[in-house]
Write a protein that binds this ligand. Sequence first.
Ligand code: LMR
Length: 394
Amino acid sequence: MLENLSPQPADKILALVSAFRADPRTDKVDLGVGVYRDASGNTPVMRAVKEAERRILADQSTKAYTGLAGDPAFADAMIGLVLGETVARDRIAAVATPGGTGAIRQALELIKLANPEARVWISNPTWPNHPSIIRYLGMQMGEYRYFDAETRGVDFAGLKADLSAVPSGDVVLLHGCCHNPTGANLTPEQLAEVIAILTNNGVTPLVDIAYQGFGDGLDADAAATRAVAAACPEVLIAASCSKNFGIYRERTGILMAIAADAATQPLTQDTLAFLNRQNYSFPPDHGARVVTTILTDPALRADWETELEETRNGMLALRAQLADELRRLSNSDRFDFLAHHRGMFSRLGTSPEKVAALRDHHGIYMVGDSRMNIAGLNAETVPILAKAIIDSGV
Ligand code: LMR
């Protein structure tokens, strides 16, 4: 049987991790996978996470199963973090999932159960695992324009034209903040126009929010998701705790499904629990418990928010430094977009050949579409990158 398998396409982000590891050069720079690194190149365990884990280790008296949907306290804490008071709690169904990817997968399966004909529209470009999972599930997919290669901002005219043509009953996948891979985001005014298109046309938004707290702050980064949730009758939200709590390997995420009314919530909740049971039964608990411990303890939460702010401001400083350095070296403002982008990523906007040249000649690794992980830089590597960009004729 197994000899009948055919090779699957490699994930281009994860393939880069192996290529970087295998490179013997000591001055190589990894701007590939989206993992935060501090100035010394470590991905630290956050202080509040360490303390929450210490408390759990000391106090936990059982490892018996939680509920199929995960611990209800985790759902309450995460609904508060992402949505605040935007939507009545009795309209929200929620399940804990293995990471944000698990939430995306469960969201797509929920859509498939509710409307097998629904087409899922993704931004061009988007995180490569979005189309990969949609295709794997055999669902219909469409793309809407998103990135303006010239300005490295959002191609809003193209986006609006494409979204206006999405028919009722379909689903549009939006990034809640810190668009991956471009770093270019909608303004609140543009978002309001998008929301009007979706609500007028009866299109359901699926919001992927994986970087809350990495852009403009915890509440500012949730503002788009909250605006969508406030305006649209039904909304799916996949949230990840991997980045903002730095608990990547714990696989902690949540899917929230906002039903049109409280009467539809129980059926939605039961279906989400069913989907968990079919796919992996009970969701992982440890990371979720850490998150709940932090979010429900005022002192721990304050410490977490402080450290997250330090992380965010560190990335903004690297953006500013890189834009300054490139302004100086190129004697132009054509790289200023790097300071305006938000989140971990920026798309440099250059060809795969130049990306390959940066890797081969300078040991700088970025995704083939020229996505750079800004958090992979530090004050010493910024000038090296800037010089390599100019030397490569980007
Ligand atoms: C990324 O885009 O690099 C991250 O979301 C990590 C991943 O799983 O691809």
